[in-house]
Design a protein around this ligand. Sequence first.
Ligand SMILES: Cc1cc2nc3c(=O)[nH]c(=O)nc-3n(C[C@H](O)[C@H](O)[C@H](O)COP(=O)(O)O)c2cc1C
Length: 212
Amino acid sequence: MSQVLQIKSSIFDNREHQGISSQLGDEVLARLTQNGESRVQVRDFSTDPVPYFDHDWLQALSTAAEQRSEEQRRKVAYSDQLIAEVQQADVLVIGVPMYNFTVPAMLKSWTDHIARAGVTFRYTESGSVGLLDNKQVVLVLSTGGKHDEGVSDFMRPYLRTILGFLGLKNVSIVLADGLNMGEEARAQGLLRARRQIENLAIAKTEQTGEAA
Ligand SMILES: Cc1cc2nc3c(=O)[nH]c(=O)nc-3n(C[C@H](O)[C@H](O)[C@H](O)COP(=O)(O)O)c2cc1C
C-alpha cells in the first residue's frame, strides 16, 4: 500500500469555496490512487496554518534535546512531524496557487521547517546532497494570469530548486493558468490541467499494490 501526502497551500478553505489548486489536487489524488489502496494524509494550511520558522525555532533545534524547555520541545516536535510526513510518503501531491508571483507564504514556511541539515539534506565537499529520494511529486499549480517560467513565474523555479535540493527530482507539473482572465480562458485553463491529470503516470507502488 502506498502512502500519499497531500499538501493544500491555498488560503481558501471550504467556507466559501475550496481553492482551485486544492480541488485539482483532489482530482490528482483520485487519479493516482485509482489502481490500488493508498493511505492518504492531508495537510491543509488554510485550516492548519504553518508558523514561520523564526529565531526561537532555530534555537530550539540547536539546543541539546535534554536541555530543551517545554516550549522548545513543542517546536521541535512540530517540525519533526512535518519532516516525518514527507519521509513516510511515497507520493507527494502539492497544491500551489500563485500569490504575488510566487508560492504562498505558508508553503515557504513549510519548506523552511522540512529543510534540515543532516536529516533532509547534507553538505559534502562536492556540494549538497538531498536525502529525500524515491518519491513521486506532483505539483498542482494555479494562476490567475499566464506566466512564462523565469519571467514572472517565481513558483516553478523555486519549487524545482528546493525540491531538487532535498532530493526530490521526480516532479510532474499540472498547471491551471489564466483562471482570472475571463470565462473562456478559465475554462481552457481548467481543461488543460485536467488533460494533464489524465496523462499523469501512476506510481509503480500503486500499479502493483506493493508497499514501497
Ligand atoms: C493574494 C493573491 C495574490 C495573487 N497573485 C497572483 C499573481 O501574482 N499572479 C497571478 O497570475 N495570479 C495571482 N492571483 C490569482 C491566483 O493565483 C488564482 O486565483 C489561483 O487560481 C488561486 O488558486 P487557489 O484558488 O488554489 O487559491 C492571486 C490571488 C490572490 C488571492
